[in-house]
Design a protein around this ligand. Structure first.
Ligand code: NDP
Length: 248
C-alpha cells in the first residue's frame, strides 16, 4: 500500500451526490485512498461497477437530499453499512439560473433546499454519531460564487454563501467535540453542471483562469481527501478555494 492509498484507510465516508461529476470523483479518490464509501443520490452512478472493482467497500443508497425522511433513512442505513461515519461530504447541488425579475419562487427555493437545507439534514444526523465518537470531519462543497457572487445566480450564490456561514458556525459548535468542519469552494470545474454553458462563455472563463485551464473533478476531490485525512487535523472552519487562481 503506498502513501496515498493509506491516507484514508479505515475511514468510513458518506458523500452526497456521488453519482457523477465532482461527487463521483470524490467517491473514487476516497476509495483509492483506502476508505469505505457510501454515496447518496437519486440515481446510481453508471460507473458503479467500476467503483466496486476498485477494492474498497462501496454502496449506493437512493436518496433525495431535499427530503427529510429520505435523508434520515439513508444516513441511518449508511451508518449501519459502514459501522460509523467518520467523514461526511455534502456535495449534492443544483443550479437554477435566472434573472431576479423573472425568477419563480420555486426556482429560488430549489437550490436552497438541495444545496443548503440538505447539509443541515445530513449534519444533524452525522453530528450525533460523531459527538459520540468524539471525532469526525465534515466537508461542504460550496463555490467561489458564494464568495464573489455571480449575475443570474442569486439563488445559487445565496445557497453557497449560506453554506459557508453554516460551515464556520458548525466548526465553532463542534470543535470542542473533536469534529472538524471545512468547506471547499471550487471555481469552474468541467462537469455536467457546467457543460450547459455555451462554448464561448467557457472560453471567456478559461482565459481568466491564471492556471490556464478549467478544473477537473479530481482537482476538487483531491482537496476533499486532504481535508478528510489526519493530515488536516489542525484545520477547521476553513474555506479551501480550488479554482486555478480565478477568484484571486
Ligand atoms: P453535477 O450536476 O455533475 O452533479 C450533481 C450531483 O448532485 C449528482 O450526483 C446528483 O445526483 C446530485 N443531486 C442533485 N440533486 C439531488 C437530490 N435532490 N438528491 C440527491 N442528490 C442530488 O454537478 P457537479 O459535480 O458539477 O457539482 C457538484 C457540487 O459542486 C455541487 O454542490 C456544485 O454546486 C458544486 N460546484 C460545482 C462547480 C462546477 O464548476 N461544476 C463549481 C463550484 C461548485 P442525482 O441526479 O443522481 O440525484
Amino acid at each position: 500500500m503506498n502513501e496515498t492509498e493509506s491516507l484514508l484507510s479505515k475511514k468510513h465516508i458518506v458523500v452526497t451526490g456521488g453519482s457523477r461529476g465532482i461527487g463521483l470523483a470524490i467517491v473514487k479518490e476516497c476509495l483509492l485512498a483506502g476508505a469505505d464509501v457510501v454515496y447518496l443520490s437519486r440515481t446510481q452512478s453508471v460507473e458503479h461497477g467500476a467503483l466496486e472493482a476498485m477494492g474498497g467497500r462501496v454502496q449506493w443508497i437512493e436518496t433525495d437530499v431535499t427530503s427529510e425522511t429520505s435523508v434520515d433513512q439513508s444516513m441511518d442505513a449508511a451508518a449501519a453499512f459502514l459501522g460509523s461515519i467518520d467523514v461526511l461530504v455534502n456535495n449534492a447541488g443544483i443550479t437554477r439560473d435566472g434573472l431576479i425579475f423573472r425568477m419563480k419562487t420555486e426556482q429560488w427555493n430549489d437550490p436552497l433546499r438541495t444545496n443548503l437545507t440538505s447539509a443541515f439534514l445530513t449534519c444533524r444526523k452525522a453530528a450525533r454519531l460523531m459527538i459520540q465518537a468524539k471525532s469526525g470531519s465534515i466537508i461542504n462543497i460550496t463555490s467561489i460564487v458564494g464568495i464573489s457572487g455571480n449575475g443570474g445566480q442569486t439563488n445559487y450564490a445565496a445557497s453557497k454563501a449560506g453554506l459557508i456561514g453554516f460551515t464556520k458556525s458548525l466548526a465553532k459548535e463542534l470543535a470542542s467535540r473533536g469534529i472538524r468542519v471545512n468547506a471547499i469552494a471550487p471555481g469552474f470545474i468541467d462537469t455536467e453542471m457546467t457543460q450547459k454553458l455555451k462554448d464561448e462563455i467557457k472560453e471567456s472563463l478559461r482565459v481568466q483562469i491564471p492556471l490556464g485551464r478549467l478544473g477537473k473533478p479530481e482537482d476538487a476531490a483531491q482537496a476533499v481527501v486532504f481535508l478528510a485525512s489526519d493530515m488536516a487535523s489542525y484545520i477547521t472552519g476553513h474555506v479551501l478555494v480550488v479554482d486555478g487562481g480565478l477568484a484571486m
